[in-house]
Design a protein around this ligand. Structure first.
Ligand SMILES: [Fe+2]
Length: 460
């Protein structure tokens, strides 16, 4: 039989095809009715695609339980592999590689799949997930291009293509594609998200708030990742607009509290608290609530980008024994790293983790030194450019606090060039210029900061 994308599915009946079509739409719209698909996969006796896709759903939870569940579904899928075609075989191989930690192989298989079967949108979605987790923006885009060439009528695909373009810093093209997708279908949270990234990268703060607020009603049916993540994006714009009280309120009402056990909810919360603190906001006891969900994650090591945020939260919550345990475990993980992931774990995650722990303790010179060592290797740890910017911001804070003014100045000047309309960047520059005895530049930066802040107050 063929599914709704015209792809051949081996050993399938009408119920299996319905379940596959349902899952594709639900995954691409970031819905939350996955139980329905899992029930269909549990009942399935012949069609291997159902349990193998259930395995991918489980693995995408970034948890020990998810990995065990994924392995069980893969075993069931392998037991149904008689008579399957090459596309199903590729799904089995990519999933097996993921469970074995060979995510570079999973990514390579998914890339080949979208070249051969560009109508297999979930092969593209999973390929983009692996590319994202390895910080491989080019692969993210290549997959988007393959899908787009064969599915131009599909708004979800435009959103996926747009995000690849955005991560490759092709912001104008990304914005065009994301806006076109949203014109085709307003309720496309991933296309909305790609547009949020375009606006974030350029510091178009008022545009970002206005756009996200205008579509926030469409997030109600989203799963907790997409719901909390799009609200997180809105909070980032608010922080840069100096509306930190509103951002903190979003933390309490939207970002933290939907699914406190899920890694994606956790990192949105952690990153938001850290960014608020970097702007001098007292976040009260919030770290301790977040950290209480992280103590079981000290040996996780699914994606370095996730680990580093868990570690920072544990350190800010003063969970010393968990921090010590996690630092040691990270060092072991780095020693066991496969060649493709060595830079991420050994060159970045280990020094960055020690640097983040030092920053959380207030040892800023040590934090600046260790984070400085890690920063050139940041990209392969995974995550988006906007998410990884958190580590740059903590590094900058450590540099400023430990008086490494020249290094801090360089970073701030780059920030100002890329995102010229952020008042706090201008204020930080003004402070630095004053420290460096450059009074005239300090006055100009202060003036510009005040002009921007006034403009934003009027707009609010
Ligand atoms: Fe994002």
């Amino acid at each position: 039989m063929k599914d709704g994308q015209g792809l051949e599915v081996a050993n399938a009946d009408a119920d299996a095809i319905d379940a596959l079509d349902f899952l594709r739409e639900e995954w691409l719209v970031f819905g939350k009715r996955f139980d329905r698909f899992m029930a269909a996969a549990d009942k399935q006796e012949t069609c291997a695609l159902l349990p193998v896709l259930a395995a991918n759903l489980a693995l995408s939870m970034n948890s020990v339980e998810g990995r065990a569940l994924g392995a069980r579904y893969l075993t069931r899928a392998q037991a149904m592999s008689k008579g399957i075609g090459p596309r199903e075989r590729a799904w089995l191989d990519a999933t097996q590689a993921w469970i074995g930690g060979d995510t570079d192989k999973s990514l390579a298989i998914h890339e080949k799949m979208v070249a051969e079967w560009p109508r297999d949108l979930l092969a593209g979605k999973l390929g983009q997930l692996h590319a994202f987790n390895q910080g491989d923006a080019e692969a993210l885009l290549r997959i988007g291009e393959h899908l787009f060439a064969a599915n131009q009528d599909n708004h979800f695909v435009r959103g996926m293509y747009a995000f690849g373009l955005e991560e490759c810093n092709r912001l104008d093209e990304a914005e065009t594609q994301a806006r076109r997708a949203i014109e085709m279908q307003r309720k496309d949270p991933w296309a909305q998200h790609a547009l949020a990234h375009c606006l974030e990268m350029r510091g178009r703060l008022l545009d970002g708030v206005a756009f996200l607020q205008s579509v926030a009603d469409t997030w109600e049916d989203c799963n907790s990742f997409m719901y909390t993540h799009n609200w997180w994006h809105l909070a980032l714009f608010l922080i840069d607009l100096d509306r930190t009280d509103e951002a903190l309120s979003l933390f309490d009402t939207r970002v933290w509290g939907v699914c406190k056990e899920f890694s994606e909810d956790q990192i949105n919360a952690i990153s938001l608290l850290a960014r608020l603190e970097l702007r001098g906001i007292d976040v009260g006891s919030r770290w301790s609530d977040v950290a209480s969900y992280l103590e079981g994650r000290t040996h996780d090591h699914f994606v370095p980008f996730l680990d580093l945020q868990y570690l920072y939260a544990l350190a800010r919550a003063d969970k010393q024994s968990a921090v010590t345990e996690m630092l040691a475990s990270l060092e072991d993980r780095a020693e066991q790293a496969k060649p493709f992931e060595r830079e991420a774990w050994a060159d970045c995650a280990v020094p960055a983790a020690h640097g983040l722990a030092a920053h959380a303790r207030g040892e800023h010179a040590e934090a600046a030194r260790l984070l400085g060592q890690a920063m050139p290797h940041l990209r392969p740890i995974g995550g988006s450019t906007a998410q990884r910017a958190l580590f740059g911001a903590i590094h900058l804070d450590a540099l400023v606090r430990s008086g490494w003014n020249d290094a801090a100045l360089k970073i701030l000047q780059t920030d100002e060039r890329e995102r010229p309309a952020v008042p706090s960047t201008k204020r930080a520059l003004a402070d630095l210029y004053r420290k460096l005895g450059r009074a005239e530049q300090a006055m100009t930066a202060d003036y510009q900061a005040e002009q921007l802040a006034r403009q934003y107050r009027t707009a609010a």
